[in-house]
Design a protein around this ligand. Structure first.
Ligand code: SAM
Ligand code: SF4
Length: 327
């Protein structure tokens, strides 16, 4: 059985962007009240007393936009200092990195993923649903590069007719910098209408564009995810492909997700089995009992993994968006 030791922790469900594919402006999302969000103490308590003891050792902080959490630097530092932690990384839209990159690095973070869906500022604005943001995100990426994050990965969600003209331009960022570009197949989660209108492009088509231009060999980069990694010959960085639509990697799934309001969820694609750790913690349930419940969930995970996939379109009934679950 696959070892499940990787936890994606959503620090907040809010965001300063409104990406079309994630939380479009018109979606009327309801955000959590402050009292519903795990406090920093509760989060660290759950990690130390429940989640690390049952076997989680690798963590990614995400959201929503995790850099909006006022305690993000403290949280990074506290997790990085725990002796059992083998890996800590963070996924961000990069907008707040110009002011936070150095502090996060000093707190012990070494690996970062930054979303960058376009190199064209107007296309970028259209995707993120906010005006004039590209420049500051680009500065954030430069700041992360300068302070030494390694690997530094750039996530690209490919939307047909919106940014698919830029595949080779984005891949070219890996040529003379040690940057790792990861192309993600668009999923019908967050904005099923846009998915219905635009569809998605299989990774193999993207790979072919890159192969036609430069050739491609297999590559390697540190990570916990299902990305298939390649390298343009002679490039410093790599190009990776996350193909959750064209390829089912549920049987290799090594992760669970903890939402900002404390739900531990075994599968991105369905809600089966999820545990409300925050309510139990606040109700005074002993941590030994919480550990037992999580252990039971770990045993159930292999059969829960497949429930959200349907006949191949991936159009399961998603009740929460990526930003709410912890993408
Ligand atoms: N706000 C941060 C960011 O954008 O990087 C972290 C949270 S975001 C939900 C995490 C990742 O999920 C991003 O790389 C984003 O592009 C991806 N994502 C969100 N909605 C998606 C969708 N419908 N299909 C594929 N990827 C999606
Ligand atoms: Fe915000 Fe990230 Fe979702 Fe974009 S993908 S709306 S940046 S949480």
């Amino acid at each position: 059985m696959n070892r499940v030791d990787y936890l994606r922790i959503s620090l907040v469900d809010r965001c300063n962007f409104r990406c079309q594919y994630c939380m479009p402006d018109e979606a009327e999302l309801k955000f959590l009240a402050q009292t519903e969000v795990l406090t920093t103490e509760e989060l660290l308590h759950l990690l130390q007393e429940v989640l690390i003891p049952v076997g989680f050792t690798r963590f990614r902080l995400t959201g929503g936009e995790p850099l909006l959490h006022p305690g993000v630097v403290e949280i990074v530092q506290a997790i990085a200092e725990l002796p059992q932690v083998e890996d800590l990384s963070l996924t961000t839209n990069g907008y707040l990195l110009p002011k936070l990159a150095e502090k996060l690095y000093a707190a012990g973070l070494r690996r970062i993923n930054i979303s960058l869906d376009s190199l064209i500022p107007t296309t970028f604005d259209q995707i993120v649903g906010r005006r004039g943001r590209w420049q500051q995100v680009w500065q954030g990426i430069q700041a992360a590069h300068r302070v030494g994050f390694d690997p530094l990965k750039l996530n690209v969600v490919v939307i047909p007719g919106v940014n698919d003209q830029e595949i080779t331009d984005l891949a070219a960022l890996s040529l003379d910098r040690n940057w790792h570009i990861r192309f993600i197949e668009f999923m019908p989660i967050g904005n099923a209408d846009l998915f219905g209108q635009r569809g998605w492009i299989p990774s193999e088509q993207l790979r072919q564009q890159i192969r036609d231009r430069w050739g491609l060999t297999s590559g390697q980069v540190q990570g916990n995810g299902p990305a298939e990694v390649f390298q343009i010959p002679g490039a410093q960085g790599t190009v990776g492909f996350i193909s959750q639509m064209s390829e089912c990697f549920c049987d290799r799934c090594n992760r669970m997700r903890l939402s900002a309001d404390g739900w531990l969820r075994p599968c991105l694609l369905n809600e089966t089995g999820q545990l409300d750790l925050k309510t139990s913690l606040r109700a005074g349930v002993p941590t030994a009992d919480l550990r037992d419940r999580v252990r039971e969930l770990l045993l159930l995970k292999p059969e829960i993994n497949y429930k959200g996939r349907d006949s191949g379109t991936g159009e399961a009934a998603y009740v929460r968006t990526m930003s709410q679950i912890g993408g």
